[in-house]
Design a protein around this ligand. Structure first.
Ligand code: UDP
Ligand code: MG
Length: 243
């Protein structure tokens, strides 16, 4: 970590990891190849969310050879929002790019997001051709429709982790469990300019998905009601005089 490049990099790549050991080396290779083309300084923060498959050990090894890699290791599994929160807190970059560790998101799409960051504060990936089992695609389509309706939102694919944020976006928001699905809405509430862009999506080659209808439906519906409430009850006023 003595590389001056890593002190205040342009980009912080923030990646939650929960039992993704077999994806980590190919992910690092792909990230390094794509990021090298950008000619920007960057750090790659892996947040190990209590993996039991040796992911953290492997990241610690990768860190020894690659000064841009940083490991944050949780003692237990705390969930993806907690992993993002810890990653953002540690991140030093001006722009945060988030993605999954499983190579379903393609690091080759990062330049596209950065291009759009010229005009926006948040750019959300949209997996328009999703490579997941049909049950996941259908449930996610219904989930996105319900979420958009109830939260008066128009984000096609909030579950896509591939997103870019200006670091200021997280300066004033308090994160809660499950909130990673609502980052675009939270950011809009904070007054940031949010957009979405179509990105590629690939089948998961190693490891298993951590989410299914059972462990997602009830909790994400509760989270949606909380977001809806926050949006409706947001304090809003106009000052016409202040002495
Ligand atoms: N993940 C995590 N903690 C969890 C669940 C998932 O850090 O409790 C990570 C996981 O390793 C992956 C990303 O979050 O990098 C998204 O999870 P997954 O790919 O299982 O979700 P899916 O793409 O199937 O919706
Ligand atoms: Mg995935």
């Amino acid at each position: 970590m003595n590389n001056p490049d890593t002190q205040t990099p342009e980009l912080s790549i923030v990646i939650p990891v929960y039992n993704e050991r077999n994806n980590l080396i190919p992910l690092e290779d792909k990230l390094e190849t794509e990021l090298a083309k950008l000619n920007l300084s960057y750090e790659i923060i892996f947040i190990d969310d209590g993996s039991s498959d040796g992911s953290a050990h492997l990241i610690a090894e990768m860190e020894k050879h690659n000064p841009r890699i940083r490991l944050i290791q949780f003692g237990h599994n705390h969930g993806q929002s907690a992993a993002f929160a810890a990653g953002f807190k540690a991140a030093r970059g001006k722009i945060f790019v988030t993605l999954d560790a499983d190579l379903q998101n393609n690091p080759a799409d990062i330049p596209l997001l950065l291009e759009m960051m010229r005009d926006y504060d948040v750019v959300c990936g949209w997996r328009h051709k999703r490579n997941d089992p049909w049950i996941k695609k259908v449930s996610s389509r219904i989930g996105n429709a319900v979420r958009n309706k109830l939260s008066e939102e128009e984000i096609a694919d909030t579950g896509c982790s591939l997103k870019a944020f200006r670091r200021e976006c997280f300066e004033n928001v308090k994160l809660f469990k499950g909130m990673h699905r609502f980052f675009p809405t939270l950011m809009k509430m904070e007054g940031f300019r949010v957009t979405q862009v179509k990105v590629s999506h690939h089948p998961r080659l190693h490891g298993e998905s951590k989410y299914n209808i059972r462990n997602r439906l009830f909790s994400s519906f509760q989270d949606l009601l909380a977001i809806r409430w926050m949006k409706k009850r947001r304090i809003n006023y106009d000052i016409i005089r202040e002495d």
